[in-house]
Design a binder for this molecule. Structure first.
Ligand code: ADE
Length: 246
């Protein structure tokens, strides 16, 4: 998968050189490049923002540097008639990012992330980009960050780890939170007794059927307590008789 990130703070994205995503890049599983928006300006001051038409607080990102940057990272493809790259514009005004969206994006060949700052990017950039990209404004959640960079770190990590080969043991993707619409069960390791707290007996029993049932019950209980909205959204067909009793 190819990923391009455009930002006025490319250093922010340095964390993508670390850990699993960094390793996937080194191994060629992810072809990820970070670009400085200011490299696509033409004035001496490398200006990327200006005052908003209609007045109001703050500054708005100018359209032309964005068009130059987006053409540079996906110019040929856009003209080539193949699958359009996906342009993700992080914004608190976007659709909320979910695990389902991460799975969808992990199937794409080319993702481009446009990190806005200040009050956002001139709206005409998004309109213009629709001819070339599948444009998706996406929010990390219902709160406001100072810019798109932190949201991109989260999204690239969530999507990147679903690309085949990035996570060494694909089994670990199956039993994690949100993979089946539920939160994941609690986990324990050695020692079995720690500061007067014991690991639940069932987990030491070696009875795999009972362990699976215990874990499933914990998932259901935890989800009902912490995220009742997820219980509402569950497909009733995904619940067995024992689930319904929990
Ligand atoms: N930029 C500012 N706030 C954001 C949010 N909540 N999600 C994505 N990008 C943002």
């Amino acid at each position: 998968m190819r990923i391009d990130v455009v930002s006025i703070f490319p250093e922010y994205l340095a964390a993508l050189e670390l850990s699993l995503i960094g390793k996937a890049r080194a191994e060629g599983l992810l072809d990820l490049a970070v670009h400085d928006l200011r490299d696509f300006t033409t004035d001496r001051h490398r200006t990327v923002d200006d005052t908003p038409y209609g007045g109001g607080a703050g500054m708005v990102m100018k359209p032309e540097p964005w068009a130059q940057a987006l053409e540079a990272v996906a110019g040929d493809e856009a003209a080539g008639g193949g699958a359009r790259p996906v342009l993700i514009v992080p914004s608190p005004a976007g659709a909320v990012f979910t695990q389902a969206m991460a799975y969808e994006l992990a199937e794409e060949k080319h993702l481009v992330f446009a990190c806005g700052r200040y009050e956002g990017i001139d709206e005409r950039v998004l309109e213009w980009a629709r001819d070339r990209f599948d444009v998706r404004p996406v929010s990390l959640g219902d709160y406001v960050l100072n810019g798109g960079e932190v949201a991109v770190l989260a999204m690239v990590e969530a999507v990147g780890r679903l690309v085949p080969g990035v996570v060494g043991n694909p089994e670990s993707l199956v039993e994690e939170s949100h993979s089946d619409g539920l939160l994941e069960y609690p986990v324990y390791t050695k020692p079995s007794a720690w500061r007067e707290r014991a690991v639940p007996d069932i987990l030491l029993s070696g009875n795999h059927g009972k362990i699976a049932r215990f874990r499933r019950d914990e998932q259901l209980r935890r989800t009902a307590a912490r995220r009742p909205d997820l219980i509402e959204k569950l497909d009733p067909a995904s619940l067995d008789k024992a689930d319904r009793a929990t």
